[in-house]
Design a protein around this ligand. Sequence first.
Ligand SMILES: Cc1cc2nc3c(=O)[nH]c(=O)nc-3n(C[C@H](O)[C@H](O)[C@H](O)COP(=O)(O)OP(=O)(O)OC[C@H]3O[C@@H](n4cnc5c(N)ncnc54)[C@H](O)[C@@H]3O)c2cc1C
Length: 416
Amino acid sequence: MKIAILGGGITGLTAAYCLVKKNYQVTIFEKEKVLGGLAVGFKSNDWNWYLERAYHHLFANDYDILNFAKEIGFDKIFFRSPQTASLFNDKTILPLDTPFDLLKFPYLNIIDKLRAGIMITFLKLSPFLSIYEKQTSKKFLKKTMGKNVWNILWQQLFRGKYGDYAEIILASFIWARIKKRTKALGYVEGGFQTFINFIEEQLKSLKVEMLKGYEVGEIKKQGDKCIINNTLYDVVISTLPTPILIKVFQQILPKNYLQKLSKIEYLHALTLILETDKPILNKTYWLNISTSKIPIMGIVQHTNFIDKKNYGNKHISYLGWYLKRENKLMKMKKEELIKFVEPHLRILNSKFFILNSFLFKAPFAQPIFDKEFIKNKPDFITPTKNFFVANLDMTYPYDRGTNYAVKLGKEVAEMI
Ligand SMILES: Cc1cc2nc3c(=O)[nH]c(=O)nc-3n(C[C@H](O)[C@H](O)[C@H](O)COP(=O)(O)OP(=O)(O)OC[C@H]3O[C@@H](n4cnc5c(N)ncnc54)[C@H](O)[C@@H]3O)c2cc1C
C-alpha cells in the first residue's frame, strides 16, 4: 500500500517512521527545501549549533517525544532550569517560577496571592474537567483567583498570546497550560534541527521517499485513491495547517466539512532574532511582558539557557508576537521592526550592540481555542475514505508543541 504524507514537520516525519515500520511504502511531500516545519532550525556563519526560527524547548513531562527519541536511538536531549520571569511597569523584572516567588510578589495582597497559589495548585493536580469548556479563561480566572489577579498577572499575557481574542479563550487552555508547565526545560544538543536530521537519516535508511521543495497544490481523486505527482496513492495523510488543507483538499472533502474547518481562526507567529554582543536580559531566559507599555509578547534570551559558545560567543535573543495577518508589524521589514522595538529594549539594557538579526513568519501557527474551535476542529478521520488529518489543531486542549506532533504522528499511523 502506498501512503502520501503531506508536510514534513515532526508530525509527518513521525507518522512516516511508524508507517514504514509497518511495511507500507511512504512518500513525504514537503514545500520547504528542509524538513522540520515549525521546529526548523538554521545556522549562521560561525555557529556550531542550529537555532530554531522560533524559540523552542521541551517540558520534563513531554513523554511522547522523549520516548520516541529513545525508540529511534537519539540521546541528545538534556534538561536545565533556566529562570522565567515577568516584566511589570516598564522595568521591573520579577521571577515567577516558584510559590516563594509568588509570595514575594509586590503587586498583589496576601489574600490574592493565596487564592492564586491555591488555584494554580488545583489546576496542576486536577484532571481535565468539562466545565473548562463552558467558560472563558478570563471568567474562570476572575472568579477563582479574583479580579486583581486577572488584571495584574494574566490579562496582558492573554493579550500578548491571543491579541483581540484574549477574552474569548476557553478555560481549558489555562488548565492545560498550568498542568503541563515544568520548571525543568529541555533542549537538543545541536538544536532541534539535529533531531529532525536524525529522523531524516532513519527514514532514508528505511527507504521513505522524501520530496523536499514540493508544494502540493489541489489534489485529485481516482476512485478511492488519489493522484499526487503522477503517482496513485491508496492513503493520504495531511499534516498541513487547516487553512492550507482546505485549499489542497477542495475536490476531495465534502463542502460542509470544509466549511466547518474554515470557521477556525488563527494568528500568525512573528519572531525577530537578535544576535548581540551583550545579553539584553541579564539572568532571565524567558520574559513574559506583563505591561501594555512594551509592544512585544515575550523576550527569550536563548543564550541564558544554552551556552553562547555554540553561537560564536554571541548572545541570542528572540522577540516574539502572535498577530493577525493585517497587523502592521507583520508588514514591517526587519530594519523597521528593529527600529520599532529597540527603544523598548534599551530600557531593559542600554548597553548592547546588535551584530546580526533574522526575521521569520509562521502562518496559521496559533489556533484560537474558543467555543467555535471545539465545535469545528478536525479529527484524524475525515468524511472521505482513505484521507486522514493530523495537524496542530488537534493538540487541544494543549498548546501546539513538538511533543504533540510526535503523539499525533504515532496515533494517525495506528489508524492505518
Ligand atoms: C512561535 C512558536 C513557538 C513554539 N515553541 C515551541 C516550544 O517551545 N516547544 C515545542 O515543543 N513546540 C513549540 N512550538 C510548536 C511546534 O513547533 C509545532 O507544534 C510542531 O513543530 C508542529 O509540527 P507539525 O508537523 O504538526 O506541523 P508543521 O511543523 O507546521 O508541519 C507542516 C509542514 O507542512 C508543510 N507544508 C505546508 N504547506 C504545504 C504544501 N502545500 N505542500 C507541502 N508541504 C506543505 C510546511 O512547510 C511544514 O513543514 C512552537 C511553535 C511556534 C510557532
